[in-house]
Design a protein around this ligand. Structure first.
Ligand code: ATP
Length: 237
């Protein structure tokens, strides 16, 4: 579905991505884990068209898309759920969801409504708050809303930047259970996470990133046995 080949991105003089390559097969959940500053957000931002890579390719269903701007990326099927969620506090939950559907506003309204119902089925708690201002939701529910908004554009690939950020352990569990459901539904997801343990719980394939490069890759069951991964990312010596 999505392939990233030898991607390089700079922030001014900071060479944040130094030749990153990986694949996200259709229907899979692929996770990139790594410490603060490893380049994970830069990677997602580059795939989503927010940053311009100076070398390398982003290939979606066989087509190179790395030169497209963020809005065109959404239309092509790449939807980013950003770090810190970026919910519109004063708008209702429903209007925030509708914003995610903007590439389809000119299209079939009934279809948009059906998708909204699917999202409410996925996140029943949101359904009870559709008319409420989104700013009043808890952090966990705002994360669910951000994911729901991302799904409203009917993405081919959903990019998730640190969904566990700032959430209590119980809520992290809830969010990752939802991601598991998304995966079972066949949604293709690229997740970046500092919380390696949570990421390994849901991912089909995990890439470990450090200082702008992929250092290791493998299935979660393989990586969990790797001593370097245990020491650096899973808190076991
Ligand atoms: P975090 O979990 O803190 O978001 P990360 O793994 O996502 O970390 P990035 O945010 O991609 O890492 O940062 C990679 C490097 O690029 C860091 O050195 C960071 O300081 C730098 N960087 C990130 N964004 C910018 C920016 N907009 N302008 C300048 N430098 C940036």
């Amino acid at each position: 579905m999505l392939e990233v080949k030898n991607l390089h991105t700079r922030h001014g003089w900071n060479h944040a991505l130094k030749g990153v390559s990986f694949r996200v097969p259709a229907g899979s959940l692929t996770a990139i884990v790594g410490a603060n500053g490893a380049g994970k957000s830069t990677l997602l931002g580059t795939v989503a068209g927010i940053y311009n890579p100076f070398r390398g390719e982003v290939v979606l269903e066989g087509r190179q898309v790395q030169r497209l701007q963020a809005e065109q990326m959404v239309r092509q099927g790449i939807s980013l759920v950003p770090e810190h969620r970026q919910i519109f506090d004063s708008l209702s939950v429903e209007d925030n969801l509708m914003l995610g559907a903007y590439p389809r506003w000119g299209g079939d309204r009934r279809e948009i409504k059906r998708d909204m119902e699917d999202i409410v089925n996925l996140f029943p708690a949101l359904g009870e708050r559709l008319g409420d201002p989104a700013g009043g939701l808890s952090g966990g529910m705002q994360q669910m809303l951000a994911i729901g908004r991302g799904l409203m554009s009917r993405p081919k690939v959903l990019l998730l930047d640190e969904p566990s950020l700032g959430l209590a352990p119980l809520l992290v569990k809830e969010i990752f259970n939802t991601l598991n459901n998304l995966r079972k539904n066949g949604t293709t997801v690229l997740l970046v996470e500092q919380n390696a343990r949570a990421a390994m719980y849901v991912a089909d394939m995990v890439y470990v990133m450090d200082q702008g490069k992929i250092m290791l890759e493998g299935r979660p069951d393989e990586l969990k046995k790797d001593r370097r991964v245990q020491q650096a990312y899973l808190g076991r010596g």
